[in-house]
Design a binder for this molecule. Structure first.
Ligand code: ADP
Length: 803
């Protein structure tokens, strides 16, 4: 409202003035019409300024309460959408100008014609004595119908302008653009995006366009889908299946054809479907038996389609224009298509003196923008170092007795014995080099963690192969050793674990950067002190309190996942790879700058093998200059990728932490400014902390809360552990925060006036929802119409799903 209010008010005044001019025209009907128009403008304005925001707040409040998972209302989107709305629409602008001009014209013509007709009538009256005819009848007729004529002229002009001369293309373009917006802006699955509501408002304004709008949107989406997936009709001819219109031959005939020289590929698609359904050809072998992956994928879709939950559900899943040869036997089986994911880019990221543009594949809105802001803030660049490199595989083995198991354990700890195993291990690959063997013991079970360098490969296959060879060697010395599983979950792959956090897995990287104080204030919109404090409370204390392992960071997984997907890494390894500790300190002589580090002990990355060979993923690796095997120094590319990822994570951490710290400041300012303005109501002041005795639900429905309470529960609500009001002040102060000492009332709302001064415990601006505090006052939820919070500047970087 703060943003839209002034411009709306101005619009209303201008419109009222222009149309109001019509009330002075002297043409009675025009005067009436203008008066009504003025009234409608004023009513419209009042409704929009009062009723609309109230309803909006109510919907926000309700939607936040009802939601589970991510809050359905992404306030940043809403704010952005409102700003978008604010942008002038050229069509509307033109209509406004024409309407205004038309009204002025009417006004001018009416005045002129009135004075003319009165003169004419006087002249005519004089002349009528001398004339047998009565020419002024025509003038009177003209005079009576003048306002009609003027209206008709304007109407015709508008019709001519928009029907004949207006570029339909531009109009359609606008409509298409708008109709596509919601899907682009949709940040949640609920479909209740901020844009949605705004579109609803737009619909009310443009009722006449509604059907056209929807048709257009549908046509567009069909068109879009068709270019990617609607293959079946053309597919048959393209792939030489001329006989597709013929009914399929009998099963016996098809089997005979299959066993003849022509093989399966000489059957029609329908016949192959039949053969697969009757289990004469396994579906997973279609690519091999047909020798044409695209045809195989198309046929598999036809086989799968009747068994899906909804007819036509696969239509929007593309499968054409893809190089399946690189998928087969490497990346995926039973292929029915591919899921395109948008790829954004951040950078340049200045790392170790070189600039990188980092691709990120994500569907999480604002992630790329935020990380990009982090890169921008790293004006001095970052220094990234790989301190350890070793992929692991840990088989579980069993010995007849625990005593025998300890013998093996002791044997492996001897250097010479290790060298024997290493020889066996290293013989399996040019790149696999065993570095360590960590043995865990549990009774007569042993877990042997082989740690090896794997060149530029992520290395799971390579280490597994080497491990088998190492065990074979070991078995020569301990024939009673029984291998239970080549992976005994002591590796640990794709599961949270302390061992990877402590010992490392893959690449262990440390990355640091120094952000000058000016940049902290100008780009990150916060202060070094606020950042350092937010980092301690969130990433260190908060994570410790949660018992997190490897989770001392804000959202490392967001960046790791996005770069992994873009660069063909194994997305499941985000589990261990996003282990990260983010640290921040005040830096420089006066502590005016910020020193930030991320320590990531288990980045499991590779630039050869797996998904790295697929075209688009390979292109992303090429963007970073780390594609494939490093020719001179095997392993260099994979290490470089790990360093880049750590640098990007650092940028992401910096930006999100800044948003959180800045949000804290905004809240504090808000509370302090309001306190100064003296709006508090003494009757509503809550002493003794004002925190309820029972566990209180703190709604994060207000914009302030959403943007700043990054630790809120995914449902958008955070639960404060029971705090006994009698000791509230002490407890809160024990955490370094000043208790809430008073509140002010706004309607049914009670809002904290004094912000916590050291930490966000409890968060400033937070409102206790519907609980009865010790004060005896009924405390109700903030309806979130805090105008400063709707200013997009306050959430240039909104929250992420890290919370
Ligand atoms: P992973 O072990 O990560 O699963 P793959 O086994 O799929 O990876 O791919 C590694 C393969 O790539 C091995 O066959 C290896 O010989 C080959 N290769 C070629 N150049 C390199 C290199 N520079 N580093 C590692 N592996 C390489």
């Amino acid at each position: 409202m703060a943003r839209l209010g002034p411009s709306l008010t101005l619009d209303t005044i201008v419109e009222a003035l222009v149309i109001g001019a019509g009330t002075l025209s002297g043409v009675s009907r025009l005067e009436q019409m203008c008066a009504f128009a003025c009234m409608s403008i004023v009513v419209n304005y009042i409704v929009f300024m009062t009723f609309f925001p109230a309803c909006l707040s109510l919907v926000l409040e309700l939607s936040n309460r009802c939601s589970s998972g991510q809050p359905p209302w992404q306030m940043a989107t809403l704010a952005r959408a409102m700003v978008e709305e604010e942008k002038p629409n050229p069509v509307v602008q033109r209509v406004k100008v024409i309407m205004s001009a038309g009204l002025l014209l009417v006004h001018g013509i009416t005045r002129w014609s009135l004075s003319l007709s009165s003169n004419t009538v006087t002249l005519m009256d004089n002349a009528s004595f001398n004339s047998s005819t009565d020419p002024h009848v025509i003038v009177r007729l003209l005079d009576a119908g003048l306002d009609h004529i003027v209206f008709m002229v304007i109407l015709v002009a508008l019709i001519v302008k928009y029907v004949l001369f207006e570029s339909q293309g531009q109009l359609e373009e606008n409509l298409i653009h708008d109709s596509l917006q919601p899907s682009q802006d949709s940040l949640d699955n609920s479909g209740l995006s901020g844009k949605g509501i705004l579109r609803q408002r737009t619909r009310i304004r443009t009722v006449s366009f509604n059907s056209h709008w929807e048709e257009l949107a549908m046509a567009t989406s069909k068109e879009d889908r068709g270019t990617q997936t609607e293959i079946p009709k053309t597919y048959i001819k393209e792939h030489g299946d001329e006989d597709e219109d013929k009914p399929p031959r009998s099963l016996e005939e098809c089997v005979a054809v299959m066993n003849s020289q022509g093989g399966v590929r000489s059957l029609t698609n329908k016949e192959i479907v039949q053969m697969v359904e009757k289990k004469h050809v396994p579906s997973y072998k279609l690519e091999t038996v047909l020798g044409n992956p695209l045809r195989a994928v198309g046929i598999r879709r036809a086989i799968v389609a009747p068994h899906t939950a909804k007819h036509g559900s696969m239509d929007a899943l593309p499968y054409d224009n893809y190089d399946y040869t690189k998928v087969m036997g490497v990346c995926c089986e039973n292929v029915i298509g591919y899921v395109p994911i948008p790829v954004g880019v951040v950078g340049p990221l200045l790392m170790n003196g070189k600039k990188y543009m980092v691709p990120m594949a994500t569907t999480e809105g604002c992630l790329v923008a935020s990380t990009n802001r982090g890169c921008r803030a790293l004006v001095n660049g970052v220094k990234s170092t790989v301190i350890r490199d070793g992929m692991t595989r840990a088989p579980s083995v069993r010995l007849p007795t625990a005593a025998r198991a300890t013998e093996v354990y002791t044997w492996t700890r001897n250097r010479e014995n290790f060298a024997i195993i290493k020889e066996g291990f290293d013989s399996t690959s040019r790149f696999a080099r065993l570095q360590e063997l960590h043995v865990g013991i549990a009774g007569r079970l042993l877990y042997m963690r082989f740690v090896a360098q794997t060149g530029d490969a992520m290395g799971m296959n390579m280490v597994s192969k080497g491990t088998e060879a190492g065990l074979k060697t070991l078995k020569k010395y301990f024939p009673d050793l029984e291998v239970l599983s080549v992976s005994g979950n002591y590796c640990v792959d794709k599961k949270p674990s302390a061992i990877n956090w402590i010992e490392g897995r893959g690449k262990s990287v440390v990355c640091e950067g120094i952000v000058p104080s000016k940049v902290v204030t100008s780009i990150l919109k916060t202060t070094v002190a606020a950042l350092v404090e937010a980092n301690i409370t969130k990433n260190l204390v908060g994570s410790s309190l949660a018992g997190s392992i490897g989770g001392n960071n804000a959202h490392a997984a967001n960046i790791v996942a996005a770069v992994y997907i873009a660069c063909g890494q194994d997305p499941a390894q985000v589990v261990g790879s996003s282990n990260c500790m983010t640290l921040m300190e005040a830096w420089g002589e006066k502590g005016e700058d910020l020193h930030i580090t991320v320590t990531m002990p288990s980045l499991e990355v590779g630039t050869v093998g797996g998904g790295t060979g697929l075209g688009p993923q390979s292109a992303c690796l090429t963007m970073l200059g780390v594609k494939g095997a490093h020719q001179e120094n095997p392993g260099e590319n994979a290490c470089q990728l790990a360093k880049i990822i750590a640098g990007t994570v650092l940028a992401g951490e910096l930006s999100l932490m800044s948003a959180l710290a800045a949000g804290h400041l905004v809240k504090s300012h808000l509370a302090h400014n309001r306190a100064k303005s003296g709006t508090s109501s003494p009757s509503a002041s809550i002493t003794n902390g004002g925190v309820p005795t029972a566990a209180a639900t703190i709604t994060t429905s207000s914009v302030t809360d959403i943007s700043t309470n990054a630790d809120s529960h995914p449902t958008g609500k955070a639960v404060v552990p029971a705090i006994n009001s009698s000791t509230t002040s002490d407890k809160v102060e024990a955490f370094g925060a000043k208790p809430i000492t008073n509140c002010f009332e706004r309607g049914n709302t009670i809002v904290n006036k004094a912000a916590t001064q050291k930490t966000n415990l409890p968060p400033t601006g937070v409102v206790i929802d519907g609980k009865q505090g010790d004060s005896g006052l009924s405390e109700k939820a903030v309806t979130s119409n805090m105008s400063p919070c709707l200013d997009p500047a306050n959430f240039s970087v909104p929250h992420f799903s890290d919370r």
